[in-house]
Design a protein around this ligand. Structure first.
Ligand SMILES: C[S@@+](CC[C@H](N)C(=O)[O-])C[C@H]1O[C@@H](n2cnc3c(N)ncnc32)[C@H](O)[C@@H]1O
Length: 221
């Protein structure tokens, strides 16, 4: 199969539209942030958006996490979704490399009622993760530079509580992980290695959800 419009072949576009029309709408804060992001940032497609965001919210509400970690915060959309079920005494650590987003992240967190329970780390995740000390996480979302995904996975699995959930975005990589045998493309190779590693990792149970660009969901055993 050609890679053109690969993601449209995962779920029929009409079915996807119907699914979104039958998914609870974004709240006012997230709806406004979604619009703002499309009007004011160069890569609005990076946003989790309504449908995937609602899944993040649902997982958080079910899990009631006390510690959440996010790598790749962008404007804070997914942070607000992940924080939906955060325990009253819970805490979020989110990491974003681009300091230009610091102000909008703070604004999003305030509107979502999460500002006082969130530490926003501006910098590279590879440098910040070792500074998190002995924190153990219940819910983790990896959604940043694909080249470091193996590294993030190996660092984070030992930092998770039993029954904690690890979500990793873009693991289908627009179909490249399926169809490119040896691409020489480092991101594709990394994601292929990661998916295979997770599949054989006795520390987790996993399901690759065919949502958007592929969302790997692991439960830490
Ligand atoms: C796909 S966007 C995140 C989208 C967001 N999680 C959401 O769902 O709305 C990826 C973000 O990761 C950030 N990023 C890229 N490399 C990073 C790194 N090494 N450390 C921390 N953040 C990084 C980018 O600046 C970008 O804002």
């Amino acid at each position: 199969m050609a890679l053109n419009n690969f993601l449209d072949h995962i779920v029929h576009p009409d079915a996807q539209q119907y699914a979104e029309e039958h998914t609870s709408p974004e709240n006012d804060t997230l709806h406004a942030l979604n619009r703002w992001t499309h009007l004011n940032t160069p890569q609005p497609h990076m946003l989790s958006g309504h449908y995937q965001g609602k899944l993040l919210e649902t997982i958080s509400i079910l899990l009631k996490p006390r510690r959440i970690l996010e790598i790749g915060t962008y404007v804070g959309y997914s942070t607000a979704c992940l924080g939906k079920g955060l325990a009253a005494d819970g805490k979020i650590h989110c990491i974003e490399a681009n300091e230009e987003y610091e102000e909008i992240i703070a604004d999003t967190l305030k509107k979502a009622g999460l500002f006082d329970r969130t530490t926003v780390h501006i910098g590279l995740a590879t440098e910040i993760l070792p500074q998190l000390g002995n924190e153990k996480f219940d819910l983790v979302f990896i959604d940043a530079d694909k080249i470091n995904y193996l590294n993030y996975y190996q660092t984070i699995v030992p930092m998770m509580n039993a029954n904690g959930i690890l979500l990793i975005d873009n693991v289908l990589w627009n179909g490249k992980v399926l169809y490119e045998q040896r691409s020489g493309d480092k991101e594709t190779e990394t994601l292929k290695q990661l998916n295979d590693m997770i599949q054989n990792d006795p520390r987790v149970e996993n399901i690759l959800l065919t949502i958007r660009d592929g969302l790997m969901m692991c439960i830490k055993l």
